[in-house]
Design a protein around this ligand. Structure first.
Ligand code: CA
Ligand code: CA
Length: 292
């Protein structure tokens, strides 16, 4: 399980802006409130998807974000998919010239909605993910009505998701279909249309989130759960140029080598040393922090 959060970090000298970075933690299953899954409103959205015309050096190698939504199979209430600032324009977004980008949000359910951790193929190109049944789709472009606002994209029943054990899984594909802007946005599930009431047991997770590092005084953290028996982690990061990356557990902090501009870097680390005694064993949590 991981969550993404940005907070004040202190002064770090910045040589070059790092506006986005993709982090791939494989082969771990991770769970993330994709943005403000909590009841409190978010200050800045941390998820980012660039338009198809943006160069990969901006930090988004796929122009796409795959977010899974997990709900308890026992949940009978219908839920709302709410988006914060889903358009590119106005506040929060990274605009290059006039706002000209479109972002398509598509919600899938049914068998095949869960596509595992397939994201990027061996050739570095994004893997096509098409499984499941399209439940709802909407394309957002520069629009003052959604700028800095939460808006409801879909209302759906948990039973429409792919059944996996005692869970129902949905997939939200976010694609930067055109333009060169960076679209910052948030995603949440709520029992109410106009306010944040997350149902018990809801989880949003991603295997390769593309996130924003807001500024030089902010640390962005990806918190995740290490599966039992795991003693090594393979951590891939993209375009963390001039950033600082650390893997932090309850016992130690390990510096990671940040990737260069427009490049992936993979590193295998042991998150913690095993400890003897009743409290021994791997601590099941860690976090990757990235600051400019
Ligand atoms: Ca905006
Ligand atoms: Ca936006």
């Amino acid at each position: 399980m991981f969550s993404v959060e940005a907070r004040r970090f202190g002064k770090i000298r910045r040589k070059k802006p790092v506006v986005a970075t993709a982090v791939l933690l494989a082969p771990l299953a991770m769970v993330a409130p994709a943005s403000a899954q909590q009841a409190k409103p978010i200050d800045v959205p941390l998820l980012v998807t660039y338009g198809a015309d943006a160069p990969t050096r901006e930090g988004d190698p796929t122009h796409r974000q795959i977010i899974y939504i997990e709900l308890p199979d026992t949940l009978e209430d219908r839920v709302y998919l709410r988006l914060f600032d889903p358009e590119s324009g106005g506040d929060h977004d990274l605009l290059y010239g006039p706002a000209n980008s479109e972002t398509r949000f598509a919600l899938y359910g049914g068998d095949g909605a869960f596509a595992g951790d397939r994201t990027i193929g061996d050739n570095g190109e994004p893997v096509e993910i098409t499984g499941g049944t399209l439940l709802s789709e909407k394309t957002y472009t520069d629009d003052a009505r959604t700028d800095g606002q939460w808006t409801t994209m879909a209302l759906f029943s948990p039973s429409e998701g792919e059944k996996r054990g005692d869970k129902r899984i949905f997939r939200l594909n976010v694609e930067g279909t055109s333009g060169n802007d960076g679209n910052l946005y948030g995603v949440a599930i709520s029992l109410r249309d106009r306010r944040a009431v997350p149902p018990d047991g809801v989880k949003l997770f991603s295997y390769a989130p593309t996130i924003r590092v807001p500024n030089k005084t902010t640390l962005t953290e990806l918190r995740f759960q290490v599966p039992d028996q795991k003693t090594e982690l393979s951590i891939d990061n993209f375009d963390a140029a001039y950033g600082k990356l650390n893997l932090t557990t309850a016992f130690r902090s390990v510096p990671l080598k940040p990737s260069g501009q427009d490049q992936w870097r993979s590193e295998t680390v042991k998150p913690v040393a095993r400890r003897a005694g009743p409290a021994g064993g791997d601590h099941p949590a860690g976090r990757v922090g990235n600051a400019e």
